[in-house]
Design a protein around this ligand. Structure first.
Ligand SMILES: C[S@@+](CC[C@H](N)C(=O)[O-])C[C@H]1O[C@@H](n2cnc3c(N)ncnc32)[C@H](O)[C@@H]1O
Length: 428
């Protein structure tokens, strides 16, 4: 089996000088194994199947790969990717069990609620943007509780802690969902959970509603109801992979951030080990090395780190730190080791360049150019920093209409706070 895997790799790079024998590679692969389990398992069988389909033109030696500039070139790297692909088979609930997709008309204010049936292509009307709708979703229980994801949770918190400015006036967690990460924002005077799904926010209210520092706002990241520059820190984790117009969302984030403010963004890395392995084995049509985002499943996008870096740079959001996260999402490792151990290792691996290159998830910190003191000047009352997303005349501001209502001074649109959640979604 190890010989076969080595031969596959040999076949892929037949035209480069500098070689390593198939035997050497086989031995190295054997060193990578972790028990008989692997030899008798799907990986072994699949590699044998793959080699039997491959024309027998394997040279007697395995040569170093030709890789695009800037890509890791080690044969080991790709061998490991193949193994990683076959061993990284965490059971995951089908996304259709907790989300649906809707098309959201952008611009005119009318909402198209075309529910897309599972497996059916979403409508691509030019002026509409598809949205992954978590309304009434069982995301918390299905995704975080039914499957053991303590490791991913601990690892993400560790990365967030490493990158987040520890203190500030106002932080917004975009697509903050059920408020999973609320405990990480202890250094902020005001924390805004902003989400498209009201029911997700209702769960966040259950968790954090007792604490007056937290504010809950229902709306769309493409039309955020915040005054320009109103946020010291913007966090967006596990959200951009659902955004069809990621570039537009980044533009909106840049707009709400004060000069000198920070963004912590997490994105799904299309160049992760598993994707590289799948591509090598011909199991994946798209190249993990191509720069453009890929929609690998309906409304699920993976991004190339360079694409993110470039788009953020254009918005004056220069990335100054990046960390790879969730390298050890292997069911076997998760069974063998406590989540804290794996998360500790993750921090080390994720800080290394190669760790960042191949991680399934990448966290980046960027700072908006310029320097203005904190956002305290806006005041903490909702009318001080919320804005009308319909007419976008933030300068006119919102007037207080009563304890739980605001009205736009320019277009008179009304916004209410119902059961602790400001509704900036209805009517936009
Ligand atoms: C996978 S969940 C992540 C939740 C949270 N960030 C976490 O890590 O636990 C994605 C969240 O993004 C929200 N979302 C998706 N599209 C959005 C949009 N256009 N505007 C605002 N929120 C959106 C969903 O409602 C959902 O709560």
């Amino acid at each position: 089996m190890f010989r076969s895997a080595a031969a596959i790799i040999a076949n892929r790079y037949p035209d480069r000088p500098g070689s390593r024998s198939v035997d050497t590679v086989s031995v190295s692969l054997m060193r990578l194994r972790y028990g008989r389990l692997l030899a008798s398992s799907l990986p072994a069988q699949a590699v044998v199947r793959a080699i039997s389909r491959t024309p027998s033109r394997a040279p007697a030696s395995v040569r170093k790969p030709t890789a695009p500039a800037g890509e890791p070139t080690l044969v080991y790297w790709e061998m490991f990717a193949v193994f990683f692909f076959y061993t990284n088979r965490a059971p995951s609930p089908p996304m259709s069990s907790y989300v649906r997709r809707v098309s959201r008309k952008f611009g005119s204010g009318k909402v198209m609620r075309a529910v897309v049936q599972s497996g059916q292509a979403a409508s691509k009307v030019s002026e509409s943007i598809r949205v992954m709708d978590y309304e009434n979703s069982a995301y918390r229980t299905e995704f975080w509780e039914k499957v053991d994801r303590r490791y991913e949770d601990v690892a993400e918190r560790a990365a967030l802690r490493a990158l987040l400015p520890p203190q500030g006036f106002r932080l917004v967690d975009i697509g903050g969902g059920f408020g999973r990460l609320g405990a990480e924002y202890a250094g902020y005077r005001q924390v805004v959970f902003f989400d498209y799904s009201r029911t997700m926010l209702a769960q966040a209210v259950e968790r954090w509603g007792h604490d007056p520092r937290f504010v809950f706002v229902n709306g769309d990241v493409y039309r955020p109801p915040f005054r320009p520059g109103a946020m010291d820190t913007v966090v967006m984790i596990r959200v951009i992979h659902h955004l069809e117009r990621a570039e537009l969302a980044l533009e909106r984030i840049a707009g709400m951030l004060r000069p000198g403010g920070s963004t912590i963004l997490e994105f799904a890395n299309k160049r992760n080990l598993k994707a590289v392995g799948r591509h090598l084995l011909g199991r994946q049509s798209w190249s993990p090395h191509a720069r453009e985002p890929v929609e690998f499943a309906e409304m699920n996008f993976n991004f190339h780190p360079e694409w993110i870096r470039e788009r953020m740079r254009r918005l004056d959001l220069g990335i100054d730190r990046a960390m790879g996260v969730s390298h050890f999402r292997l069911p076997l490792l998760k069974q063998l080791f406590p989540p804290q151990w794996l998360a500790g290792l993750d921090l080390v691996a994720g800080s290394l360049t190669v760790g960042r290159e191949v991680a399934p998830s990448v966290f980046v910190h960027s700072r908006r150019q310029g320097n203005r003191a904190g956002t305290g000047e806006f005041g903490a009352a909702p009318a001080d920093w919320l804005a009308c997303p319909v007419c976008k005349t933030a300068s006119a501001g919102l007037g207080v209409q009563g304890e739980d209502a605001l009205a736009c001074r320019a277009c008179a649109a009304e916004y209410r706070c119902i059961d602790g959640i400001w509704d900036f979604k209805t009517g936009i």
